[in-house]
Design a protein around this ligand. Structure first.
Ligand SMILES: [Zn+2]
Ligand SMILES: [Zn+2]
Length: 317
């Protein structure tokens, strides 16, 4: 069975090298390009909601990098880019109950670059303001605790006023249960096993990718990385490989080749990782991005199904 692609109202995906506006909109478990989606995903099964697919440039059509792996009605957030909670609210308003903002209480950070963490105070505070009483359980690399401590300090007066003022907010819902993790299994519950692996993101001392195993499906998220063998090993025939990319159309430079993966290099990674579906996010193009050219660069080495994720796309393995 092929992976299914559910393209949400705001999303337009592309398969292979073809630009195909309006493609997708299918039911879980089937790939039916062009068929309007009739139903929202059920609370059962596994799928990914792309909350933000952008990068640092403030593109108004792409929020900061963030996604939710949804398993049996529970959302596991990966990265907290700009707009993370509002995008969750948008998905919730379209019927994805797992993304009700005041229920968001578990997240994983790939690394601490600002584009991946600008939404962290939002994820800590907004669900609490909206009624969450449990702490946010947050997993990330070394430095996550210091970042959270700094945010708690920055918002100390707000937190005090909301708890002790007329709002009577919960005393616990703003708290963060921080887990600084190393490569290996970092989280497991009845839905999912999450395994972190080290990637190479320029001069960052620690950057992580994550593999989610749930319901017999495997989803591998590269985080930000230059071409890294650990991604190939973590995927190894996985259902979904979600990977960052930059297009050679923007030209080579030392920063990009050290911190990120070119589309040609991604094709090589994917050819060896053998995902059933390659999903591209955090795509850095040229001044006027040319997705068709970028997909051709991937295709030099990888001929399998490839999708560029857009904000609020829903993709099921
Ligand atoms: Zn990034
Ligand atoms: Zn980064």
């Amino acid at each position: 069975m092929k992976p299914s692609v559910l393209c949400w109202a705001l999303g337009v995906a592309m398969l292979g090298a073809a630009t195909a506006p309006g493609l997708g909109q299918v039911s879980p478990g089937r790939l039916q390009p062009g068929v309007p989606m009739q139903t929202v995903p059920s609370d059962h099964g596994v799928y990914v909601v792309f909350l933000g697919t952008g990068m640092p440039r403030p593109d108004p059509t792409r929020q900061g990098p963030s996604l939710a792996v949804v398993v049996n009605g529970t959302a596991y957030i990966v990265d907290a880019g700009t707009g993370v909670v509002r995008q969750a609210a948008a998905a919730f308003s379209r019927g994805i109950s797992a993304l009700q903002p005041n229920t968001l209480d578990i997240a994983f950070l790939t690394h601490l670059h600002s584009d991946h963490t600008l939404g962290l105070p939002d994820l800590i505070l907004t669900p609490w303001v909206m009624g969450r009483v449990t702490p946010l359980h947050l997993y990330g690399p070394t430095g996550t605790r210091a970042m959270v401590d700094g945010l708690e300090h920055a918002y100390a007066e707000d937190i005090d006023l909301r708890i002790n003022g007329l709002e009577h907010s919960s005393k616990t819902g703003h708290q963060v249960d921080v887990h600084e993790v190393r490569p290996g299994v970092v989280y497991q519950d009845s839905n999912v096993k999450v395994t972190a692996f080290a990637v190479q993101h320029g001069s960052w001392k620690e950057a992580l990718g994550y593999r989610f195993d749930a319901d017999g499906k495997s989803i591998v998220i590269s985080g930000d990385t230059r071409p890294t063998e650990s991604v190939v090993q973590a995927c190894n025939g996985c259902d979904l490989l979600i990977h960052e990319v930059y297009s050679l159309e923007r030209g080579e430079n030392a920063y990009f080749s050290s911190f990120h993966t070119s589309a040609v290099e991604l094709g090589d990674i994917a050819a060896r990782a053998r995902p059933r579906l390659l999903v591209i996010t955090h795509y850095v193009g040229g001044v006027k991005p040319n997705p068709a050219q970028m997909l051709q660069e991937v295709k030099q080495k990888f001929s399998g199904p490839t999708v560029i994720a857009n904000d609020l796309d829903v993709i099921a393995p």
